[in-house]
Design a protein around this ligand. Structure first.
Ligand code: PAF
Length: 254
């Protein structure tokens, strides 16, 4: 089973011994509620690196709705079992005080991409995400860090963060894992009712098959989705929709 640690100091001591032994470290940041999509990131890190570190931290500053933070699933026992099976060596599960030693006095702001797409619908979300990712990358001091392409805007922003702050860790993007009917795996899928779950794959289908974003929006609205946005960006069609209270995001190459 992976070793579970809760403090930066514990990881720093382990990291020093890895460095002395010349071992490469792969890092996978998560908020827990793990599924096969996360497992694919752990497997990629396991394939590339001698030591695999994963973090489980439900980051309060990236939730734009407080009740979403409160009801976010905390499932460390089953997450630990999944990480053990996927070859994770060390789990970093810090408290909020450990991650925010001087509260939220210091934050990261990005002024362009973070305000578009999901950023236009979730004020503050990307600032919170970038802030905690910078903290986690600094803490982990890893050779490589792994992020899913399902959160495509997040991945692009994290790549930009690495460039802006000269971070030495290589950012590795990993393909989206889907259910056989096309729905991208997400911890939010568990919140869908059976009717919503039956409808949900139409989102991916529309992204892939609609000739234009307008056509995709019209198809999905007619099927009962509330569409936040669907846009074509260089090489990607990217979108976010709501089914009842559940927000789904996805993107496909184009
Ligand atoms: O993608 C996520 O789960 C989170 O945004 C991340 C990268 C772990 C930061 O909290």
């Amino acid at each position: 089973m992976p070793r579970v640690i809760h403090t930066v100091a514990e990881w720093r001591a382990l990291r020093a011994s890895h460095r002395a032994a010349g071992l490469t470290v792969g890092f996978v940041p998560t908020m827990g509620a793990l599924h096969a999509g996360h497992a694919s990131l752990f497997h990629a890190a396991r394939r590339d690196c001698a030591v695999v570190l994963a973090s489980v931290f439900v980051n309060p500053t990236q939730f734009d709705e407080p009740h979403d933070f409160e009801k976010y699933p905390r499932t460390l026992a089953s997450d630990t079992a999944l990480m053990g099976d996927a070859g994770v060596d060390v789990i970093f599960a810090p408290s909020v005080a450990e991650m925010y030693p001087n509260g939220t006095r210091y934050t990261v702001t990005e002024s362009e991409l973070s305000r578009e797409l999901c950023g236009a619908h979730r004020p503050g979300h990307f600032s919170g995400m970038l802030t905690v990712v910078l903290k986690l990358l600094q803490m982990a001091d890893a050779d490589r860090a792994y992020f899913g392409e399902k959160d495509y805007q997040q991945l692009e922003l994290v790549r930009g963060l690495g460039t802006a702050f000269f971070l030495p860790t290589e950012i590795v993007g990993c393909p989206t894992i889907r259910d056989p009917d096309g729905l991208a795996l997400s911890s939010r899928n568990a919140r869908l009712s059976s009717t919503e779950r039956a409808l949900a794959p139409q989102f991916h289908h529309a992204l892939v098959t609609a000739p234009t974003p307008d056509d995709a929006r019209a198809q999905l609205a007619a099927a009962g989705f509330a569409v936040d946005y669907i846009e074509d960006r260089p090489h990607r069609r990217i979108g976010a929709v709501r089914l009842g209270p559940t927000r789904l995001i996805d993107n496909v190459p184009r």
